[in-house]
Write a protein that binds this ligand. Structure first.
Ligand code: SF4
Ligand code: SF4
Ligand code: SF4
Length: 295
């Protein structure tokens, strides 16, 4: 089948499914399991070496190939980077307001939310949370509407604009097929020379994080980012600096689909254009990030 024809069929199928079933945004039907996996990221240990970025590129063969030398270049950290079609994870450098001259580094990737807004927003079910915690994407179901990009509170999904014929949404897979289903840990976690990331059962990681914060109160902000944000995330962070300083936004504790679904439902009810999704969801995330914390 030619790619153009395949794209056409996918789009027609998506539109058809909307017409037939009145498909609306939906929250995940999968219960959150107390046994699901997670990763605790302790940014006080990160030295910004980019080994995790290299490991991610090596294990994800669908990403554009980059040479090992590429990842030795730390000058890229002079700018804030986001994940894009060529990278599922990036490490950025930030000024340290508590210790000027001693920067902090933070690694980002998909947070694998317990209540994923991307899954809720996708009208054809191309995102699906798994029992082990991974939120995975199925390119064959995707019709390219990019509602997931507008819905994600962490601005994670990227779009392959450079691929004219078969563009895909790109994001971290939690090494679901390459590692997790084989009984292994994510490649980036394993590659880190500073043991910044701890992989394990999410409940155990929360206990480890609490113990570290209690044992070294001067070293850590007394908060585990992701324990409760947007209903909880699979990847969680502890830090020596306020989380907003490292681009982890204040979002409140309500699951993200609770914010996004009313807009999605209105769009399908009133046939509003897709631009309304971006405007509506963008406004919600702007409001949440800028409102004073009440939690
Ligand atoms: S490999 Fe570890 S220390 Fe190096 S940048 Fe990644 S998280 Fe930081
Ligand atoms: S961080 Fe964004 S892309 Fe990742 S699971 Fe959450 S909503 Fe989806
Ligand atoms: S979990 Fe896997 S896909 Fe995600 S950032 Fe780490 S290595 Fe990349």
């Amino acid at each position: 089948m030619s790619t153009n024809r395949r794209s056409f069929i996918k789009q027609a199928a998506g539109i058809g499914s909307l017409a037939l079933f009145g498909k609306k945004a939906h929250a995940s039907r999968l219960q959150v399991s107390p046994d699901q996996f997670g990763v605790l990221v302790d940014i006080t240990r990160c030295v910004g070496c980019r080994s995790c970025e290299q490991a991610c590129n090596e294990i994800n063969e669908d990403l554009p190939r980059k040479s090992p030398e590429t990842f030795k270049d730390t000058s890229v950290q002079e700018k804030r980077r986001r994940m894009d079609y060529s990278a599922y994870t990036v490490v950025n450098r930030y000024e340290n307001r508590n210790n000027p001259g001693m920067p902090v580094y933070a690694k980002f990737q998909c947070m694998h939310c317990l209540y994923p807004a991307c899954e809720s927003a996708c009208i054809v079910g191309a995102f699906e949370r798994q029992a082990n915690g991974a939120v995975i994407y199925d390119a064959w179901k995707c019709i390219g509407c990019r509602y997931c990009m507008a819905a994600c509170p962490f601005q994670v999904p990227a779009y392959e604009f450079s691929n004219v014929l078969t563009p895909q949404v790109r994001k971290c897979t939690f090494c679901f097929e390459t590692r997790l289903t084989q009984g292994g840990m994510p490649a980036c976690v394993q590659s880190c020379p500073m043991e910044v990331m701890t992989f394990g059962k999410r409940n155990s990681l929360i206990k480890i994080a609490r113990e570290r914060i209690k044992k070294y109160p001067a070293r850590y902000v007394n908060h585990i980012y992701g324990e409760n944000e947007v209903g909880g995330t699979t990847w969680m962070y502890i830090s020596s600096v306020p989380f907003q300083d490292i681009d982890l936004p204040h979002l409140g504790y309500h699951p993200a689909p609770g914010y996004t679904e009313p807009i999605q439902h209105a769009i399908f009810k009133w046939f509003l254009p897709p631009a309304a999704v971006f405007a509506g969801l963008g406004g919600i995330w702007w409001y949440l990030k800028n409102k004073k914390s009440d939690e």
